[in-house]
Write a protein that binds this ligand. Structure first.
Ligand code: C2E
Ligand code: CA
Ligand code: CA
Ligand code: CA
Length: 278
């Protein structure tokens, strides 16, 4: 064995190898993680401005891994996305989310649920059929389901994404552009997309208190959105000052730690009960 030659490599190999191995494990273990209950959905409320009425929630996926502990969606979603498994994730989240909406309807609550879509899903021409089947299964009207999509997701392959989006829109499902303001061609392309809602990226909302530039971006997105008759949602609302600014700008909906962090199903229901006038 040529130990002396292998030695320099070993200084770098373990960490690279560990990153690769972890990613590999996440991808290969994902399906069984779904089946064994390691993956759950957290719910983060959205409230109308200025009334503070709860209008719905965003479904955010969580993975409690037996070895790694809590794994962030920012890590495992892209890994899963790179495989064919993202459909399995989307269908899982959609099924859980629509089951929740059904329970709300049964209690007389009219609240919508937002599900994040990845690039891959937007290129899948059979996806609208699966959405229709899921809505039917849970007997949920399409307008109570929102899909959040990123600009880069649509622009990755607009030829394939647009027909899928048009079909979803025709079905009556609400479409929202997520992380708005972070992309390149925002203004020009927004007019051409069949969308109902824009979500101002939290980086601008978080920066509003200290950065006049961020404030100007938020204000202009609200104005642009309204000029296109879109609902404008702000994410990353962490304090009263941001909320008050958004109210004065006429922003329609707020989401963020000020209202609530994303909560487990049980804790979300408790939060809701505490807020809802009986
Ligand atoms: P996103 O769609 O932009 O989701 C918003 C993120 O901001 C969430 O992070 C949420 O917990 C966080 N957030 C909410 N309010 C505040 C606030 O007031 N301040 C700050 N600093 N952060 C706030 P999370 O849950 O870690 O999700 C990260 C990303 O992972 C999401 O970004 C989304 O792109 C992706 N993701 C989550 N769930 C799913 C899913 O089911 N499917 C897909 N495809 N992607 C998902
Ligand atoms: Ca989102
Ligand atoms: Ca976002
Ligand atoms: Ca994001």
């Amino acid at each position: 064995r040529a130990t002396s030659e292998a030695e320099p490599l070993r200084a770098y190999a373990p960490s690279m190898g560990q990153i690769f191995l972890r990613r590999f494990q996440l991808v290969t273990q994902f399906r069984s993680a779904l089946e064994t209950g390691q993956v759950s959905i957290h719910y983060q409320p959205k409230v109308a401005l200025p009334s503070r009425q709860v209008v719905g929630a965003e479904a955010l996926v969580r993975w409690k891994h037996p070895e790694f502990g809590r794994v962030d969606p920012d890590e495992f979603v892209p890994a899963v996305e790179a495989t064919g498994l993202v459909d399995v994730l989307t269908d899982f989240v959609m099924d859980k989310a629509l089951d929740r909406v059904r329970r709300w309807i049964d209690r007389g609550l009219r609240m919508s649920i937002a599900v994040n879509l990845s690039v891959r899903t937007l290129a899948d021409e059979e996806f609208p059929d699966r959405v229709a089947a899921a809505l039917l299964k849970h007997a949920v009207p399409p307008e109570l389901l929102t899909f959040e999509l990123t600009e880069s997701g649509v622009m990755a392959d607009p030829e394939r994404a647009l027909p899928v989006l048009r079909r979803l829109h025709t079905m009556g499902v609400v479409l929202a552009v997520d992380d708005f303001g972070t992309g390149y061609s925002s203004l020009a392309y927004l007019r051409q997309l069949p969308v109902d809602e824009v979500k101002i990226d939290k980086s601008f909302v978080l920066g509003m208190g200290t950065d006049l530039g961020d404030m100007a971006v938020v204000r202009s997105i609200v104005e642009l959105g309204h000029s296109l008759s879109l609902t404008v949602v702000a994410e990353g609302v962490e304090d009263d000052a941001a909320r008050d600014q958004l109210v004065s700008m006429g922003c329609d909906v707020a989401q963020g730690y000020l209202i609530s962090r994303p909560l487990s199903e049980e804790r979300f229901e408790a939060w809701l009960r505490a807020r809802t006038v009986q």
